[in-house]
Each structure stands twice: as structure tokens, then as C-alpha cells.
Design a binder for this molecule. Structure first.
Ligand SMILES: Nc1ncnc2c1ncn2[C@@H]1O[C@H](COP(=O)(O)OP(=O)(O)O)[C@@H](O)[C@H]1O
Ligand SMILES: [Mg+2]
Length: 271
């Protein structure tokens, strides 16, 4: 659970979606998703789970103000309608390698978003803290080419954290990593969320990843997609890669969500 102070800091940083839809042709054609209703409470870790092509990225981009919601949609962040990328909200994408500047060190890539926004001392302080949180304090002077995929993704997370966001939107951020690196990044993210109390909306197609990380899972299915299930993860907040996955509640959730994903994809014609 986030600390009380952290919760106060992000008190307004929830999302509300009512009747949300989106499409790609200026709104005239078939929507990708339609009638999507859910809330994300401040400080909550929510996963959007669904198969490839269901519309997870599109929905995340709508939440982050990068793609317009359809007519009649209500999409709010921190109580305000989302009309463009809101302040205090940061997105982390899967394609981390492409977005690091190769001629800048790790420290300098992370500091980039603060340049000309805050003074040098503040830039330094926040960059140091962000690198420390992702476990890269010792690698501050490396260049991107000297980093493994997992370390590059840690840099991306540090670039988000340095902005002190109230909410983090993540699109399959660990999708390209090997299993061991993925597990250690998952644990780092959980610890960061515990320390900061940030709201996290995390897109994944990986059922186990969704259960392991989340307070709640929203399963998307169908065409156009809708919310097939909105389910609380009733596991202790302190997660452990071995113990959590052996918990009978974990196994029950896994079975239940697997069935939802399977039956929904059959209804949608197996796509
Ligand atoms: N820029 C785009 N233009 C047209 N169609 C798109 C675009 N991006 C995605 N789509 C379509 O929208 C649907 C949902 O895509 P996406 O949100 O990327 O799904 P997911 O992230 O769940 O894999 C897919 O059918 C995809 O082909
Ligand atoms: Mg996607």
C-alpha cells in the first residue's frame, strides 16, 4: 500500500472512463473499442489485459491524451476531461532502445526532461534519486550502447520518475525482456510504486504479469472491444515471485481470468 503522504500527493490522480470509444478514421468507421467503463483509483495499480490487436495500446493512448476519444466518451484524469497529454502523467513505451539519445550518458538522458524547467541543483537531485530508485546509480555515466535491454528499460522508467508524475501509463514495457530480467524489473516497479504512491495503468497480454503486479485487472475482449471483466486481485500487496505465484488465490485468479480470456476470444471469432 502507498504511504499516507504519497496518497495525499496523488489524491486526484485517478482515471474515469464512461462509454469510451475510439477509432482511427476520424470517428466515422468501426470503433476499436466501445462502451468502455472503468475507474482507476488514485494510487492504484491497474492492468489492462487482452490479446494482441484488441485495442490496449489505443486505450492507453486515449487515457494519456495522445489519441482522441470518440463522440460521447467521457475520459477524465484527476477530475478533468483529457483533451491532450495531461501534466503530471507520463507514458513508458515498449520500444525503449529507440528513444534513448545515443550520444548522451544515462544520467544525461534521464535529466533531459528537466532541462530548462528546473534549476541545475534540482535537476541533479531529481536525476540522482530517479537513478537510485531504478538501481542504476552505479551506471550513471554509461552510454546507451553499453546497456543491456533491461538496463535500457530501467533508464526509461527513470526518465518517467524524474518528472515526479502522479500517474504512469506503461505499454507492455517488459514485453521484449527475458524472463529473469522481466521478473527483476517487475519487482523494481512494485517497489517504486510502493515508495511513490503513483497511479499505474499497465498494459500487458501476459496474464501472469497482470496478476503479479496489479491491484485490479481489466480484461478487454471482443471486436469492438469492451470490458470483459473488471476483477480485484485479492493477494497481499507484498508480492514475491515464488510465494505469490504458489498462493491458492493466485491460482484461482489465473484459472478464472484464463477462462474469461478464452471464452471472450472464442466469441470474438478467435482473434
Ligand atoms: N495507427 C493506426 N491506424 C489504423 N489502425 C490502427 C492503428 N493502430 C492500431 N490500429 C488497429 O487498432 C486495433 C487495435 O490496435 P492496438 O490498440 O495496437 O491493439 P493492442 O495494443 O491490444 O495490440 C488493431 O486492429 C490495429 O490494427
Ligand atoms: Mg499494443
Amino acid at each position: 500500500m502507498p504511504t499516507k503522504t504519497a496518497q495525499t500527493e496523488v489524491a486526484a490522480a485517478g482515471f474515469r472512463c464512461r462509454g469510451a470509444s475510439a477509432s482511427y478514421d476520424g470517428g466515422s468507421g468501426t470503433p476499436i473499442f466501445d462502451g468502455v467503463d472503468f475507474d482507476v483509483r488514485p494510487g492504484e495499480f491497474v492492468s489492462l489485459l487482452g490479446g494482441s490487436g484488441v485495442g490496449k495500446t489505443t486505450l492507453l493512448r486515449v487515457l494519456g491524451g495522445l489519441h482522441p476519444a470518440g463522440k460521447g466518451s467521457q475520459v477524465r484524469f484527476a477530475g478533468r476531461p483529457v483533451t491532450g497529454p495531461p501534466d503530471r502523467l507520463v507514458m513508458v513505451f515498449q520500444n525503449y532502445a529507440a528513444s534513448l539519445l545515443p550520444w548522451r550518458t544515462v544520467e544525461s538522458n534521464v535529466r533531459l526532461g528537466l532541462e530548462r524547467k528546473v534549476d541545475r541543483a534540482e535537476q541533479h537531485r531529481r536525476t540522482e534519486r530517479a537513478l537510485d530508485m531504478v538501481g542504476l546509480a552505479q551506471n550513471a555515466h554509461y552510454y546507451p550502447r553499453q546497456l543491456s535491454g533491461g538496463m535500457q528499460q530501467r533508464v526509461q522508467i527513470a526518465r518517467a520518475l524524474v518528472m515526479n508524475p502522479d500517474a504512469l501509463l506503461m505499454d507492455e514495457p517488459f514485453g521484449a525482456l527475458d524472463a529473469i530480467t522481466k521478473a527483476s524489473l517487475q519487482d523494481a516497479l512494485l517497489e517504486i510504486q510502493r515508495q511513490t504512491g503513483m497511479t499505474v495503468v499497465f498494459v500487458t497480454h501476459d496474464l501472469d504479469e497482470a496478476i503479479y503486479l496489479s491491484d485490479r485487472i481489466i480484461v478487454l475482449a471482443g471486436s469492438p472491444a469492451g470490458v470483459a471483466r473488471d476483477i480485484e486481485v485479492d493477494l497481499p500487496r507484498d508480492r514475491n515471485q515464488v510465494a505469490t505465484k504458489a498462493d491458492p488465490r493466485y491460482l484461482r485468479l489465473r484459472e478464472e481470468i484464463y477462462a474469461v480470456m478464452h471464452s471472450s476470444s472464442s466469441r470474438a471469432g478467435g482473434s
